[in-house]
Design a protein around this ligand. Structure first.
Ligand code: ADP
Length: 456
């Protein structure tokens, strides 16, 4: 039999069908019962009225009631299962149809026996007999009848029988219908479950095949695929990160090690030049570790930003002064175009880090005689800060990757600019932690423009 969803669907379908069919059965029975009872009552009333009219017709003022016509009326009444007791104005019984009919034929016996049977209902009616507006007597009519006539009874029995058969057929139909529907629902769900289990076992290449008719289940499949994609990307990033860190550590460490070994073996004297090289390499490692620590901190979703209102022009002035010392002596002009009253909301130390990184890059990748422009604009929902340079630019193919950690453009690698490829990853993480976005436009050999949007 069914299990899980199939079982639940089968039970719910069956429940709905049985309840509806039973409701119909009860309603039909009730309607039939009341409609037929009313109908029978009307029939009895019209039969009684007919008899009273006929009795009035058979009465004549001279010889009173005509026995022959009374016999005729009684006979017809008997066929309708009606007994007639006719009384005169003094309440004396002057005609008893049952006695008359009993004497007249054997059929009357049979009829009277059957009329007395217990399942028959007995109705009594007392009506006046009126001839030409004058009451000439009264009549007691006794009618016997089944609650339902035979055909109606048969109809109801057949109807009920058919309904039970319908319920049985519906049960069988619903069994197959539920199987079909539940199969349609549970099959993709089972596939999704299988994929989720394989993902759990770290088989991250697994995906759900989503059919075109997208319902909620297909959406669950799509969501799972997204999740798998994200997990796979994260997994790859993690592997690359480890490899990248190893790679970044290897070169400076190898340099330091070879120098120290040369000093130990007496091959080299520890001259200030050689010691400076060791120091530079050690500082490169220190920067790398600091950058990685900073990135890990900013990417931590639990990190609390100490946001406060900051006067942008003042902050940029301070940053420019502080990076000036880091810039090599190149003839590069700097233009700042920021409205003095512009205020941004953010973590001062972290935002300074963003602008320092962008300005150091702009300077690093701009050639002699170039220009750096810092601009800020108030937009409706926040502030946009643009840092543009007339530097070497970035190749279109490299643009999507420059915010990845450890990504270094071909040019910067060749030029041995010294960066570790983490600067822009930190920029992106800090800006996003402020609810903002960072984007870049660049043209090779013409320059780059980094735009930061910070919400108000
Ligand atoms: P790096 O330490 O190598 O500068 P970043 O993460 O700061 O690392 O930058 C990543 C890469 O983006 C750089 O290697 C360089 O190729 C490119 N890049 C960043 N800023 C600029 C710029 N202003 N002009 C040209 N290229 C840039």
């Amino acid at each position: 039999m069914f299990k899980g969803i199939r079982k639940k669907l089968f039970i719910s379908h069956l429940g709905v069908a049985v309840v509806s069919l039973l409701t119909v059965t009860i309603l039909v029975n009730l309607v039939m019962y009341y409609a037929f009872t009313k109908y029978l009552e009307n029939q009895r009333m019209s039969a009684a009225n007919n008899i009273v009219e006929e009795l009035a017709f058979s009465y004549s003022s001279d010889n009173k009631w005509q026995v022959v016509s009374l016999m005729g009326i009684s006979h017809r009444a008997m066929l309708q299962r009606i007994e007639i007791y006719l009384y005169d104005l003094e309440q004396r019984l002057i005609w008893d149809s049952s006695a008359a009919t009993m004497m007249s034929s054997q059929a009357g016996h049979d009829l009277e026996l059957s009329l007395d049977s217990p399942e028959n209902l007995k109705f009594k009616m007392n009506l006046p007999v009126i001839k030409d507006g004058v009451t000439v007597g009264s009549v007691e009519l006794i009618t016997y009848s089944n609650p339902f006539h035979e055909p109606e009874q048969q109809f109801l029995t057949l109807f009920n029988k058919l309904l039970w058969m319908t319920i049985a057929f519906a049960g069988i139909g619903i069994y197959f219908f539920s199987r079909f529907i539940a199969g349609g629902i549970s099959r993709p769900l089972i596939k999704i479950k299988d994929v989720a289990l394989r993902l759990k076992d770290r088989d991250l290449s697994q995906r759900v095949t989503v059919l075109k008719n997208s319902d909620e289940i297909a959406e669950v499949g799509i969501a799972l695929n997204y999740l798998a994609e994200a997990l796979q990307t994260q997994e790859q990033l993690r592997k690359h990160l480890t490899a990248d860190i190893a790679h970044e550590l290897r070169t400076p460490l190898a340099t330091i090690r070879s120098h120290i070994e040369a000093f130990q073996d007496g091959i080299w004297e520890p001259t200030p030049d050689k010691l400076q090289i060791c120091h530079d390499q050690a500082m490169q490692l220190v920067h790398l570790i600091n950058d990685l620590g900073e990135l890990a901190a900013v990417e931590n979703p639990m990190l609390k930003m100490h946001k406060q209102p900051l006067l942008l022009s003042q902050m940029i002035d301070e940053i420019v002064k502080s990076v000036h010392g880091l810039w090599s002596h190149k003839n590069i002009s700097l233009q700042i175009n920021i409205a003095p009253a512009l205020i941004i909301h953010g973590d001062e130390r972290r935002l300074k880090q963003v602008f320092v990184n962008l300005l150091i890059n702009a300077h690093k990748y701009t050639l002699e005689g170039g220009k750096i422009i810092i601009k800020a604009m108030q937009e409706r929902s926040g502030i946009v800060i643009e840092i543009s340079d007339t530097g070497i630019g970035i190749e279109a193919a490299e643009l999507p990757h420059i915010f990845e950690r450890f990504y270094r453009g071909e040019k910067s690698r060749n030029r041995k600019a010294g960066g570790s490829g983490i600067g822009l990853a930190i920029v992106k993480a800090i800006v996003e932690a402020h609810g903002g976005t960072v984007s870049v436009k660049s043209q090779l050999h013409h320059g780059s423009q980094f735009s930061i949007y910070l919400p108000a």
